[in-house]
Design a protein around this ligand. Structure first.
Ligand code: MLT
Length: 302
């Protein structure tokens, strides 16, 4: 069975997959044109978020049986095209939730206390103590949009900061955690922090936009460690620039890497903290994600 891993997968998980009898494994990142040429021979394709498994790539996979996604989001895979060809799509929801939740809280603190700006000022020889007064999390209100695996892990940790926690999720009506399940309007109106933990779908695309930002409290802090495109980055830029938004923490961008003019402008603002889509990039999460995915793949192919 020809298995190809096109994005980095945990070493131990890769070795486990390679040791399965009958598996012929290759592991190397190819850009689309090159990968296209290999597709006719590949039976199992393993990706993370960098490889876009588009309908034409799937069409070229004449022997393709399984697409393994080492992670949660399926927005980089044309699941409908796979389904139409009877190709199974296997992912690992939940396996990296703790890492994403911890990064989210890191962003909330970094945004509140100007950690990135303070670091860069010091590196540039500037002592900006007077300019960097911030906020406590204690007693303030956080609105969590999307209350699945990651949203719940965020809430559990924020309870330790004694925050008031609001959560919205169309599929959740009550919770065992110390949160108030509310509607979106309440989230916008009452939150000092808003963090999104939803997949990117037609319904969630640009959910945070000019109109919804206008409904938010002045000085709101916005975090997106979910998917680029959920937050309208043009509206975010305007809000950050005008001071309507106090700060933003972004791990994901509509365009990755964010090299275009708009995103460069956004990244140049002093009140933004940003990382290059590393929410799931911890040794612990990658080992968990890799091993869970490989166990699921082995069940299918062995
Ligand atoms: C996910 O959807 O789980 C993450 O985006 C994973 C990744 O970084 O590849």
């Amino acid at each position: 069975m020809r298995v190809h891993i096109n994005d980095p997968l945990d070493k131990q998980a890769t070795e486990k997959l390679a040791s399965v009898r009958g598996v012929e494994l290759t592991s190397q990142h190819y850009e689309k044109d090159e990968l296209m040429k290999l597709m006719p021979e590949i039976e199992v394709l393993v990706v993370r978020s960098a490889t876009k498994v588009t309908a034409d790539l799937i069409e070229a996979g004449k022997k393709l049986k399984i697409i393994g996604r080492a992670g949660t989001g399926l927005d980089n895979i044309d699941v409908e095209a796979a389904k139409a060809k009877g190709i199974k799509v296997i992912n690992t929801p939940g396996a990296n939730s703790i890492s994403v939740a911890e990064l989210t809280i890191g962003f909330m603190i970094a945004c509140s206390r100007h950690i990135a700006r303070g670091t860069s000022d010091l590196k540039n020889g500037k002592w900006t103590k007077k300019e960097l007064e911030g906020h406590e999390l204690f007693g303030r209100t956080v609105g969590i949009i999307g209350f699945g695996n990651i949203g719940r892990e965020v809430a559990k940790r924020l309870a330790a900061f004694s925050m008031r926690i609001l959560a919205y999720d169309p599929f959740v009506k009550e919770s065992d955690l110390p949160v108030e399940i509310v509607d979106l309007e309440t989230i916008y109106k009452e939150s000092d922090y808003i963090t999104v933990h939803v997949p990117l779908t037609p319904e969630t695309k640009k959910l945070i936009n000019k109109e919804t930002i206008d409904k938010m409290k002045d000085g709101v802090i916005i975090i997106n460690a979910a998917r680029g495109g959920i937050v309208d980055e043009e509206a975010l830029y305007e809000g950050l620039k005008s001071g309507k938004i106090y700060a933003a923490g972004l791990d994901t961008f509509e365009l990755e890497p964010p090299t275009d003019e708009l995103r460069q402008k956004l990244l140049a603002l002093p009140n933004i903290v940003a990382t290059p889509h590393i929410g799931a990039s911890t040794f612990e999460a990658q080992e968990r994600v890799g091993m869970i995915l490989v166990e699921r793949l082995i069940k299918e192919i062995a």
